[in-house]
Design a protein around this ligand. Structure first.
Ligand SMILES: [Zn+2]
Length: 248
């Protein structure tokens, strides 16, 4: 007789999938093994204790009994439930968007501590801002955009912002474009050859540079004024294009 081994994971719950009348499969991102699927038997029964600790956007320790294939969750210790995010519609909307992107990009069971740490830091920063009496909701955008650019960088899809991604020439202020296909900012000359390109101004280029050169925790220092909102919207389109190009 083979006995199931029990494993402990430091996990962030990304998503859940209903699989049966009383069971669920949870999609979790773990420090130890990257993205894994874990089955929770009987979790939908009214008195099930596991469910509350396995809400999406929760950090917890998960114990899995694993024989062959997918493991069964035998226990959960809650660590951080990011309640402030869940109680703020603006923060929650951003985090849900990020979770969608994260799910699309992270499809493999593969250990990546740097990405785990990045996701955790992002959620902690969002939670911290959402919990403040005087929230700066622009920070939600800054952290979210910053996180996605840094995530792409971690995964080997760094978006070039220091020189032209095609000719490696110097970027001249006021004349630059973004190309998802070319993987970053391109000069006006190279842009002539590209059919799919997005205009980006100097502030936008600067934002990407700052994000890629700094740790997640330092993004709190980026100051943006309301007049830069257009920039943020432009960067949102750019980041969406980059993700779409990579995941298609
Ligand atoms: Zn060029």
């Amino acid at each position: 007789m083979t006995r199931n081994m029990e494993y402990k994971y430091n996990a962030i719950v990304l998503n859940k999938i209903d699989t049966g009348e009383t069971d669920r499969v949870y999609v979790v991102y773990t420090r130890e093994a990257g993205r894994i699927l874990a089955r929770a038997i009987g979790v939908k029964k009214p008195n099930a204790k596991l469910a509350g600790n396995l809400e999406s956007i929760t950090q917890c320790e998960i114990f899995l009994a694993k024989g062959k294939g997918r493991g069964n969750i035998t226990g959960v210790i809650p660590m951080e439930n990011f309640l402030a995010i869940k109680e703020n519609i603006f923060a929650l909307e951003k985090v849900f968007g990020v979770m969608k992107i994260f799910n699309r990009l992270m499809t493999q069971e593969e250990k990546d501590e740097k990405t785990f740490q990045l996701l955790l830091e992002y959620l902690l920063m969002m939670n911290d801002e959402a919990g403040k009496a005087e929230k700066d909701i622009l920070k939600f955008d800054i952290y979210t955009l910053g996180f996605i650019f840094k995530l792409l960088q971690n995964l080997g899809y760094k978006q070039e912002a220091k020189k032209c991604a095609v000719c490696a020439g110097k970027l001249i202020s006021g004349e630059n474009y973004f190309s998802a296909e070319r993987g970053g900012i391109i000069c006006s000359n190279c842009a002539k050859q590209e059919t799919k390109k997005i205009r980006i101004n100097d502030e936008g280029v600067k934002f990407i540079r700052i994000v890629l050169e700094n740790k997640m925790e330092n993004l709190g220092k980026i100051k943006l004024e309301k007049k830069n909102l257009n920039n943020l919207n432009n960067l949102k389109i750019i980041v969406r294009e980059a993700v779409r190009w990579i995941t298609n």
